[in-house]
Design a protein around this ligand. Structure first.
Ligand code: NIG
Ligand code: FE
Length: 417
């Protein structure tokens, strides 16, 4: 692939030199004006003044000229989704709004277990279609990397079906899907042994296949009263780590204890944290574990937001993701959710953009994306506006006009396939 010069952009938000941890002010954002991006082999070769780049590269690069006033941002990273599912939980939503709690609905046969029934009944092809459709909806939002969890299979065979579907879906999707094994989403109701027996079976039978077929290098667990306890999960995480898997945790969603386990295992991320208080906030802030806020789950369930302000002020790295799933977070709109969290938690634009770009990349243990700088993937989104502040101000209703992945224009508004 030859070189391409794309631009000029009225503003380019590179996020270069913005720290990985802690609170950020908008003064820390360097906004480059009249900028261009030079790409080569899917990566960024240079970022700089458009006229200067054009002078030097008119002879060896294809020019992609942007005629209108635009703002260019790094491709967003949705670092926590559950889009490999079948079925719908509109009734759970109605029941919650009529006063039932998430955990009460789960106990009564709704919740995760009802999606497990639908997902087990779905074919691999149906799951692939759902993953592709959800991915397309995310791409339109400027998202160029999507984490996708299993977790609605809850047996070796059914978890494999889901993870193979994610791998197959990747063949028809231009953005990167990062698969995570969440076989530890809850103890399946049809499993006769104990929670620990179930986890042992998954670790001994499923983990080796994940390696063999390269289905995932990430192991997640839901640590909660309705799922697995901190004690239950010890051997499971120890085995996973010994085999070289990265650890991530659904932590402190309704009660605390998950964040402690996350830090104990030096997890790449601890996600949810709606119930985290001072002790947990400090633990996370002092660790290298990225705290991931999932405002879509707070909005979907109607519960408190993750204490994002306190986490940042104490020095944590904060990412924000959609948690897109049919139960707690059916919306799947990253910018809308991030900016609603921003108004409640008082997050700066810099904190919002960092949370859905390079900090979200770190939550996936990826260091090759999330900033617009030489050497990183040429993943970016282009908005028709002349001021980057409009992107957060419009709370997700201003959508990108173009999305680029690895130096290729994969989406243009109005020209969807
Ligand atoms: O991240 N909290 C656990 N898992 C999902 C919800 C799954 C579901 O309700 O289907 C979450 O919110
Ligand atoms: Fe989740």
């Amino acid at each position: 692939m030859g070189k391409k010069l794309i631009g000029p952009f009225s503003q380019l938000l590179s996020l270069t030199n913005v720290p990985v941890k802690g609170a950020l002010s908008d003064q820390q954002l360097v906004i480059k004006e009249q900028a261009g991006i030079l790409t080569e082999n899917g990566k960024i070769a240079a970022i700089g003044n458009y006229d200067g780049l054009r002078e030097n590269h008119a002879h060896d690069a294809t020019l992609v000229i942007i005629e209108e006033e635009t703002v260019c941002v790094p491709g967003y990273i949705d670092c926590h989704t559950h889009i490999a599912f079948a079925g719908n939980r509109a009734n759970d939503f109605a029941l919650r709004n009529a006063g039932a709690s998430y955990l009460e609905i789960a106990k009564a046969g709704g919740g995760i277990w009802s999606t497990v029934q639908h997902t087990r009944n779905a074919s691999e092809a149906e799951l692939i279609t759902n993953i592709i459709n959800c991915s397309k909806a995310l791409i339109k939002q400027g998202i160029t990397t999507i984490e996708v969890k299993s977790g609605y299979g809850l047996s070796v065979k059914e978890e494999l079906k889901i993870l193979r579907a994610i791998k197959r879906a990747q063949e028809s999707i231009a953005v990167d899907l990062i698969p995570t094994c969440l076989a530890a989403h809850m103890k399946p109701k049809d499993y006769e042994g104990t929670a620990v027996d179930y986890l042992e079976e998954i670790a001994s039978e499923l983990f080796p296949i994940l390696k063999e077929e390269q289905l995932s290098n990430r192991i997640d667990a839901f640590i909660e009263q309705s799922a697995f306890s901190a004690e239950d999960i010890q051997n499971y995480f120890t085995k996973a780590q010994k085999m070289g898997f990265d650890i991530t945790v659904h932590a402190d969603q309704f009660s605390t204890s998950g964040s402690k386990v996350a830090v104990q295992y030096n997890a790449i991320s601890a996600d949810h944290l709606e119930a985290s208080h001072e002790t947990e906030i400090k633990l996370l802030a002092d660790s290298n574990t990225v705290a991931v806020a999932l405002p879509g789950a707070s909005i979907g369930i109607g519960c408190a937001f993750t204490p994002a302000r306190k986490l940042l002020d104490q020095g944590a790295s904060l990412a924000i993701a959609t948690d897109w799933n049919p139960g707690s977070a059916p919306m799947g709109q990253l910018m809308t959710q991030a900016t609603i969290l921003a108004t409640t938690e008082k997050l700066s634009n810099a904190e919002v953009f960092a949370a859905i770009t390079f900090r979200a990349a770190l939550a996936l243990n990826l260091t090759d994306r999330g900033r617009l700088q030489p050497g990183e993937l040429a993943d970016f989104a282009i908005y028709k506006t002349n001021n980057y502040q409009n992107i957060t101000y419009m709370q997700g209703t201003l959508k990108p006009d173009q999305v680029w992945k690895k130096g290729i224009n994969i989406y243009t508004k109005g020209k969807e396939s």
